[in-house]
Design a protein around this ligand. Structure first.
Ligand SMILES: Cc1ncc(COP(=O)(O)OP(=O)(O)O)c(N)n1
Ligand SMILES: Cc1ncsc1CCOP(=O)(O)O
Ligand SMILES: [Mg+2]
Length: 351
C-alpha cells in the first residue's frame, strides 16, 4: 500500500469511527434519559468501548495526522432529510443506520490494515443491530408503526348510509382479518366524513385495527384517526406530518420505483403501490402490473400495499411478486359476503 493510500485509509477509519461513536451515543442518550433502561444503556456504552478499543489498536497519531475536516468535501453535502427530523423515532432510527453503516466501513477498510480490528468491529456491528432494533420498539408512535408492520390487508370503504351501517361494516371487517381501514369517499360532505372518521377511529381502537382517512390530514387530526393517505398531487408528506405530528401514520401513493424511493426520503410510513390491475373503483391509462411490485419488494423497506384491481383471482400474482400486503375496495365491497372475502384475501396474502 502506498503512503497516500494508507493515509486515505486512516482518514476513512478516523471519520467513520467518529460517526459510529456519535451514533451510538445518540442511541444511548435515549436509552438512558428517556426510557431509563439500564440494560440497553449499558449495552450501547459497552459497544462504544468495544469500538474505541478496536480502533485503539491503530496508532492514534496516524489517525490524527490523516484527519482533515476543513478539507473534507463531504462536509458541504447534506441532504434535506439530514437537516430536519420528523420525530424522535427518526432521530434514533437515523443514528442506528449511521452507526451500522460506519461500522461496516471500518470493518471493510480495517481488513486491509488489521484483521483483528475488523473482527472486533464486526462483533460491534452485530450487537448494534440487536440493540438498535430493541430500542426502536420503545419509541413513541411505534405501537402504530408496529401494527402497520404486521398489517397485510387494507380495505378502502366509503362513508355508507349512516353511522350504524358504517360501524357494523367496520367492526365486521376488523373481526374478519382487515388490519387497516381507510375512509375514502369523494362524495360525502365534511361533516359526514368527520363523523364516520370519529366512529371508525373508536372502533379501530376497540378492535386493535388501524383507521386512516383518505386525502384529508385535517379531518384525520380532528377525528383522532391513526393517520392519513395522500396522493402524489396532494398534501406533501412533510406538511401532513406538520398537521398530524410524529406518531401518526402517513401513507403515500406511488406509481413508479422513483416515487417509492422519494416516499422513503419524504418520511412516509407506508406506500400504496399501483394501480396494479384494472378494477371497478377507479380507472387509469396505465397499470404498473406485478413488475413494479417486484422492484419495490426487492428495494423498498417501507410497508408497501399493492393497490388497484386486486381480488381473489389475482392476489397470488401479488404475493408471487414478493408483496404480501394489499389494499382493496371492490374485492370486498362487491363480494356477496364481504367478511368472508376479507378473510379469504387475508389467508391468501399470508402465503
Ligand atoms: C392505500 C392507498 N393507496 C393508494 C391510494 C390512492 O390515493 P390517490 O392516488 O391520492 O387517489 P385517491 O384515493 O385520493 O382517489 C389510496 N387512496 N390508498
Ligand atoms: C383508490 C385507488 N388508487 C389506485 S387503485 C384505487 C382503487 C382501488 O379499488 P379496487 O380495489 O376496487 O381496484
Ligand atoms: Mg388522494
Amino acid at each position: 500500500m502506498t503512503d497516500e493510500t494508507l493515509r486515505a485509509t486512516y482518514r476513512i477509519l478516523d471519520a467513520s469511527t467518529n460517526r459510529a461513536l456519535e451514533g451510538l451515543r445518540t442511541m444511548e442518550e435515549w436509552a438512558r434519559f428517556a426510557i431509563d433502561d439500564p440494560a440497553m444503556s449499558s449495552e450501547l456504552k459497552s459497544i462504544r468501548h468495544l469500538v474505541a478499543g478496536a480502533i485503539g489498536r491503530l496508532p492514534r497519531t496516524s489517525l490524527l495526522l490523516a484527519r482533515d475536516t476543513p478539507g473534507d468535501v463531504g462536509t458541504q453535502i447534506s441532504l434535506p432529510t439530514e437537516m430536519s427530523r420528523a420525530s424522535v423515532a427518526s432521530v434514533v432510527a437515523a443514528a442506528a443506520a449511521r452507526t451500522a453503516q460506519s461500522l461496516r466501513v471500518i470493518e471493510e477498510y480495517g481488513k486491509t490494515i488489521d484483521t483483528e480490528l475488523a473482527a472486533q468491529i464486526e462483533q460491534a456491528r452485530y450487537r448494534t443491530y440487536t440493540v438498535a432494533s430493541r430500542l426502536e420498539l420503545t419509541l413513541p408512535g411505534d405501537d402504530r408503526r408496529r401494527r402497520l408492520q404486521d398489517a397485510s390487508l387494507y380495505v378502502l370503504v366509503d362513508a355508507g348510509r349512516d353511522d350504524a351501517s358504517f360501524g357494523d361494516a367496520a367492526r365486521s371487517l376488523y373481526q374478519n382479518g382487515v388490519d387497516v381501514l381507510q375512509l375514502r369517499d369523494h362524495d360525502a360532505d365534511d361533516r359526514t366524513l368527520l363523523e364516520r372518521a370519529r366512529l371508525g377511529s373508536v372502533i379501530a381502537g376497540q378492535c386493535g385495527g388501524l383507521f386512516i382517512v383518505n386525502d384529508r390530514a385535517d379531518l384525520a387530526f380532528a377525528a383522532g384517526a391513526d393517520g392519513v393517505h395522500v396522493g402524489q398531487e396532494e398534501l406533501p408528506v412533510a406538511d401532513a406530518r406538520r398537521i398530524l405530528g410524529p406518531t401518526k401514520l402517513i401513507g403515500l401513493s406511488t406509481h413508479s420505483i422513483e416515487q417509492a424511493r422519494d416516499a422513503v426520503a419524504a418520511g412516509a410510513d407506508y406506500i400504496g403501490c399501483g394501480p396494479v390491475f384494472a378494477g371497478h373503483t377507479k380507472s387509469f391509462d396505465h397499470y404498473v402490473g406485478p413488475a413494479l411490485l417486484e422492484q419495490v419488494s426487492a428495494e423498498i423497506a417501507l410497508p408497501a400495499f399493492a393497490i388497484g384491481g386486486i381480488d381473489l383471482t389475482n392476489v397470488d400474482q401479488v404475493t408471487s411478486a414478493g408483496i404480501h400486503r394489499a389494499a382493496v375496495t371492490g374485492a370486498v365491497r362487491d363480494a356477496p359476503d364481504p367478511a368472508e372475502a376479507a378473510a379469504e384475501l387475508k389467508r391468501r396474502l399470508a402465503k
